[in-house]
Design a protein around this ligand. Structure first.
Ligand code: AMP
Ligand code: ZN
Length: 153
């Protein structure tokens, strides 16, 4: 939750009280938990798009990736690869996707930081609706300089 002051803080507290993942972390609603450390838990998704579809969730309530203080991110994610490896072993999957939605426009339904682990097998029926188009080179160059300018602020 960031920053801890005034109206923003008040709204963040309301968000936490209503948050399904905070309730799961507090044990107030049930889940199929497969992992826990000091910073994260992993639970099976109740509406999986593949066998073993897992949610890797920060224990602290951050609404999305940009709310996490960068120095905290490493500890939140430390055990993600270990959990992925265990899921692959248990499901016999050959690969995986990590998907992390931020904000409603990007498909985020639960505004509490989480990473989807999607186990994958050759020929499986999991599809993401990407429709790639060749980049416009001038547009790309202009955008790159805009981003770099913003990063150096
Ligand atoms: P997102 O759209 O990235 O916010 O993903 C939220 C995910 O949480 C969805 O895939 C839901 O199926 C899943 N979900 C919602 N409620 C629960 C719950 N109580 N236990 C486990 N997964 C849940
Ligand atoms: Zn929460």
């Amino acid at each position: 939750m960031n920053p801890p002051s005034g109206r923003t803080c008040h709204l963040a507290v309301i968000a936490m009280v209503d948050c399904i993942f905070c309730k799961i972390i507090e044990g107030k609603i049930p889940s199929t938990k497969i992992f826990e450390d000091d910073h994260s838990i992993a639970i099976f998704d109740i509406n999986p798009i593949a066998k073993g579809h897992t949610l890797f969730i920060s224990k602290k309530h951050y609404s999305d990736l940009l709310e996490v203080p960068p120095e905290k991110l490493a500890s939140i994610l430390t055990n993600l690869p270990r959990v992925v490896a265990a899921i692959l072993k248990a499901t016999g999957a050959e690969g995986f996707n990590i998907i992390q939605n931020n904000k409603r426009c990007a498909g985020q339904l639960i505004p509490h930081l989480h990473f989807h682990i999607i186990p994958r097998k050759t020929g499986d029926k999991v599809h993401f609706n990407w429709q790639p188009l060749p980049a416009d080179k001038d547009e790309m160059t202009a955008l790159a300089s805009k981003v770099k300018q913003s990063l150096s602020l």
